[in-house]
Design a protein around this ligand. Structure first.
Ligand SMILES: NC(=O)c1ccc[n+]([C@@H]2O[C@H](COP(=O)([O-])OP(=O)(O)OC[C@H]3O[C@@H](n4cnc5c(N)ncnc54)[C@H](O)[C@@H]3O)[C@@H](O)[C@H]2O)c1
Length: 246
């Protein structure tokens, strides 16, 4: 119940789906404050209801100035940031010959550049503290590829590479800032609602554990990588896919 005790946490895309499950998990584990960053502020009243340690923040992860202003405001109020979860993501799927420049740019902007901008803004605070965790949500698609997802697999593969580089970069000068990634398999969230069941059935059939991921499965892995239970784990990609790829 207190694995995130006193921690100041930032979860991007925290309004729904996997991000919402991570916000709930951190808040339930005693976090001092969990900021749910999202472009959908309509979800914030329900997200904040009945608890004092969750706050919605209307920030677009692609907005350099907005991200900086948000981070400055958190540091001004709390003096520290302990856990960042880069979770916000979108899809614009198309076979390569049909993928427009806009489809490509939109997914790269949110799923890759957004992760870079959030981490760039928060890392100096963590480096100065000497502690902190960054967990970025990748995907089975970033590790193994998928038809019709050039933009998404490029972004998710980039997250995996940045995770390894940052694990080295953020452990210099005596700092112990840990950087990891979680790679979900297909997970029951609003993002998956556009995928027909006939596409999902063969995936479930190929999955040794016989089902799709639920948001709580991913949130539990993020919780592990965001507290001291994983104190000697950095630069890793933790697959949470029921054994889909082995
Ligand atoms: N659902 C899956 O099957 C699955 C599988 C592997 C990886 N993932 C990854 O997990 C993460 C969460 O996915 P989900 O299924 O919960 O998606 P979702 O669409 O249900 O939720 C994503 C959230 O991110 C927010 N968001 C989108 N663009 C944003 C921006 N520019 N700035 C701030 N917030 C923004 C949305 O408003 C939404 O609340 C994504 O990175 C996704 O790529 C999902």
């Amino acid at each position: 119940m207190d694995r995130m005790k006193d921690k100041i946490c930032v979860v991007t895309g925290g309004a729904r789906g996997i991000g919402r499950a991570i916000v709930d998990r951190f808040a339930g584990e005693g976090a001092k404050m969990v900021f749910a960053i999202d472009v959908n502020p309509a979800a914030f009243p329900e997200l904040e209801a009945g608890r004092t340690n969750v706050r919605g923040a209307s920030v677009n992860v692609t907005d350099t100035e907005g991200v900086k202003a948000f981070v400055d405001s958190v540091v001004a109020e709390f003096g520290r940031i302990d856990a960042l979860v880069n979770n916000a993501g979108i899809t614009r799927d198309a076979l390569i010959q049909k993928m427009s420049d806009d489809d490509w740019a939109a997914v790269i902007a949110v799923n890759l550049t957004g992760v870079f901008k959030m981490t760039r803004a928060i890392a100096p605070t963590m480096m100065a503290q000497g502690t902190g965790t960054v967990v970025s949500i990748a995907s089975v698609v970033g590790l193994d590829g998928n038809i019709g997802q050039s933009n998404y697999e490029a972004a998710k593969g980039g997250i995996v590479a940045m995770t390894k580089g940052w694990a080295k970069e953020f452990a210099r000068k005596g700092a112990k800032v840990r950087v990891n990634s979680v790679s979900p398999g297909y997970c029951r969230t609003p993002m998956l609602e556009t995928v027909p069941e006939k596409v999902l059935e063969p995936i479930i059939a190929k999955t040794p554990l016989g089902r799709l991921a639920m948001p709580i499965d991913i949130a539990n892995a993020v919780l592990f990588l965001s507290n001291d239970e994983s104190a000697f784990v950095t630069g890793q990609v933790l697959r949470v896919d029921g054994g889909l790829v082995l």
